[in-house]
Design a protein around this ligand. Structure first.
Ligand code: PMP
Length: 419
């Protein structure tokens, strides 16, 4: 098994393979979304050109083939996460869909007036707003665990927030802003000691580390397909069986009911079908399964070694660029993300300059303005690596950064405090 990935990985991704390697696009916005390998595109096209048919309904050859393929995709997601059974896997539209589903179902059932919901200060809006709205609607309190000055959530701070009124704790596995990894296993164990149900936002984790939900003892764990080389509009919500079977229908409609009349109480089918109202994105599910297989086949050791070498090389190289400061400590436990600020320069000006050099990065607040506010930063420039990135990509970034000058944007707020 190779310790590092080879540059030929890039050839598996048509959008990148079409670009000349030395002067073409350098795509480093992978934490926003990844490019898709040919295997994923083939799975989608293959589905529509051979077995396209609705699932769980038609007693005809295509309908059965389509249903079987979709259920096999569920098994692929189960194996990817180490879940106990495919019935613990709910297909969603992504992480945002999953957190909204959980807040509206489990949240509404468990959280009442005077209760508390715990999140952390580093959450993406998609794992903040559903819980904030739930707390407001239930007359409960949203408790925000502070992020320590090194950009990490201290287990002690999290544990200190777990009082007798806490019903649910929701937190990111990996920060989309700094790439810091939270001690989720220990956080889940602490929550369980207090009888608190946990929701882990794994959106930034699953493309960079092997996640085993049983090892984590996770209650609910969610991720988006498009950040792990799969199609947009796909995602997975894992729920531990004993908890998932209690989850009431979120959306209702076709595929969710056993018995329905105009007057008698409605009886619903078991999970996961109960939580997948309407016609699902079957081709997307197959594409996602192909993506999970593609990543797993590269080998986790190789993926980890690749992430570590690129993140460490980036931190070292950025150290030599005038006024550039890396935020947090991304080399400590690399997740592919390196966020930085440059003294006196607005992140948008840096992003615009890199774009003119055919380099795609993310700049701004990364859908997490509450976290950026707490860091006293108007934003960061975020470089995020994927399996197809190379040392050459990093060189191109560094070359471009050496010529960046103040531009159109001003820092309305000085970038004063750096981690
Ligand atoms: N959580 C985190 C940590 C994320 O990085 C993202 C995507 N930026 C989301 C949630 C939301 O994911 P999606 O837009 O795919 O629903």
């Amino acid at each position: 098994r190779p310790r590092h990935l080879t540059t030929s990985v890039r050839d598996d991704f048509p959008l990148l393979a079409a670009e000349p390697e030395d002067t073409g696009l350098v795509y480093l916005d992978n934490a926003a979304t990844t490019q898709k390998p040919q295997a994923v595109l083939d799975a989608i096209t293959g589905y529509y050109t051979t077995i396209n048919s609705n699932v769980g309904r038609g007693y005809h050859r295509l309908g059965l083939a389509s249903t079987e393929a979709f259920e096999q995709a569920r098994v692929a997601a189960q194996e990817f996460l180490g879940a106990a059974g495919p019935d613990e896997i709910v297909f969603t539209r992504g992480t945002t869909d999953a957190t909204n589903l959980l807040a509206a179902t489990v949240g509404r059932r468990l959280v009442g007036p005077g209760d508390q919901v715990v999140i952390t200060g580093m959450e993406h809006n998609s794992n903040l707003l559903p819980w904030r709205r739930l707390a407001e609607e239930a007359g409960a309190e949203l408790v925000v665990v502070p992020v320590a000055v090194d950009g990490r959530v201290r287990l002690a701070d999290f544990t200190a927030a777990l009082g007798p009124r806490v019903r649910i704790a929701a937190f990111a596995h990996v920060s989309n802003v700094l790439g810091t990894v939270n001690p989720v296993r220990e956080m889940i164990a602490a929550a369980h000691r207090h009888g608190v149900v946990t929701v882990v936002d794994g959106a930034q984790a699953v493309a960079h580390r092997r996640v085993d939900v049983r090892d984590l003892d996770a209650d609910f764990y969610c991720f988006s397909g498009h950040k792990v080389y799969g199609p947009m509009g796909t995602g997975v919500l894992y729920g531990r069986r004993d908890l998932l079977v209690e989850v009431a229908p979120y959306q209702v409609g076709g595929g969710t009911v056993k018995g329905v009349s105009f007057a008698e109480p409605v009886t619903y089918v078991p999970v996961p079908a109960r939580l997948e109202a309407g016609t699902p994105d079957v081709a997307g599910g197959l594409g996602l399964a192909a993506a999970l297989r593609y990543l797993t086949d590269l080998g986790w050791d190789a993926v980890r070694a690749h992430d570590e070498s690129l993140v460490r090389a980036a931190v070292d190289a950025f150290d030599g660029i005038d006024g550039l400061r890396v935020v947090g400590d991304p080399a400590r436990d690399p997740s592919g993300i390196v966020s930085f600020a440059i003294d006196g320069l607005h992140p948008y000006d840096v992003g615009g300059h890199l774009d003119r050099h055919n380099i795609a990065v993310r700049c701004g607040v990364h859908c997490s303005s509450t976290f950026l506010d707490s860091l006293d930063l108007v934003g960061t420039v975020r470089v995020s690596f994927a399996v197809y990135n190379t040392e050459r990509d990093l060189e191109r970034v560094c070359d471009a950064l050496r010529t960046v000058r103040p531009g159109f944007w001003t820092t309305e707020q000085p970038n004063t405090r750096f981690l």
